[in-house]
Design a protein around this ligand. Structure first.
Ligand SMILES: [Zn+2]
Length: 241
């Protein structure tokens, strides 16, 4: 059987049969892959705890006719322990892996920028670099932006002029609108909220670390991701450069 080696982050696991699991991973060079880990649920599994969600591992994968299988897994960074020890970080990491799984819809398609963004976010969570909710929200906005869904925040999406104050934001239209052009679904956003959305998109931690994320900003991130994750995303191969 042909083998390949890659670095990967474990996104999700699902039980298979008596002792096995299917491991969904995002890899550095092969994009999203799913592979069976045989015997991983046995007490003395050769994989230990290395194939748990949020682990960053070096894997050797054997290509099968129907399903690949993991032959070896070595730890690169044990993000799982520090993340699982902190409830807020654990919740944030769950949002992050679910988001990347939904954004990267095809398997075996290299997605370098998404991989780097994922590693950065999990590393930040594991090292308690910033507020977990801000790490997750920044990750979600940036991962969606890489996939082609970046909100336009500088000018009205209809007329292109500065949106003014107050500005209105339409998730469906993809950004801010001026008072004259606003559609019924657009809601009013404060300048401070727009500034925080920009900071999330750019990973501007000096701004984000200054105060906890407010409810209005968090709601917008949630609305934005719910809306765009429901829709098919254009080929990541073209957009992820
Ligand atoms: Zn306008």
């Amino acid at each position: 059987m042909p083998l390949y080696r890659d670095e990967a982050v474990v996104l999700r696991t699902a039980k298979l049969g008596e002792a096995d699991r299917i491991i969904t991973m995002l890899t550095r060079s092969h994009g999203k892959i799913r592979a069976v880990a045989k015997g991983v649920r046995k007490v003395r599994s050769r994989f230990g705890g290395r194939l748990e969600p949020f682990m960053r591992v070096d894997v050797l994968v054997a290509q099968g006719r129907t399903l690949d299988s993991v032959s070896q897994a070595e730890s690169v960074a044990a993000y799982a322990a520090p993340i699982s020890a902190d409830y807020d970080a654990y919740v944030a990491a769950g949002v992050i892996v679910e988001t990347v799984e939904r954004i990267v819809t095809t398997e075996h398609e290299r997605v370098d920028a998404q991989y780097r963004l994922l590693i950065g976010a999990l590393h930040a969570l594991a090292s308690h670099a910033h507020e977990p909710a801000a790490i997750a929200d920044s990750y979600v906005m940036r991962a969606l932006a890489l996939a082609g869904w970046s909100p336009r925040l500088d000018a009205c999406v209809v007329c292109g002029r500065p949106a003014g104050d107050p500005a209105y934001l339409s998730v469906a239209a993809g950004g801010v609108m001026c008072q004259a052009d606003r559609t019924r679904d657009a809601h009013r956003v404060e300048t401070a909220t727009l500034n925080r959305l920009r900071a999330l998109l750019h990973g501007d931690w000096a701004t984000l670390d200054a105060a906890p994320l407010d409810a209005a900003t968090r709601r917008l991130v949630e609305e934005w991701s719910e809306y765009y994750l429901e829709r098919p995303i254009r080929s990541l191969r073209l957009l992820d450069s």
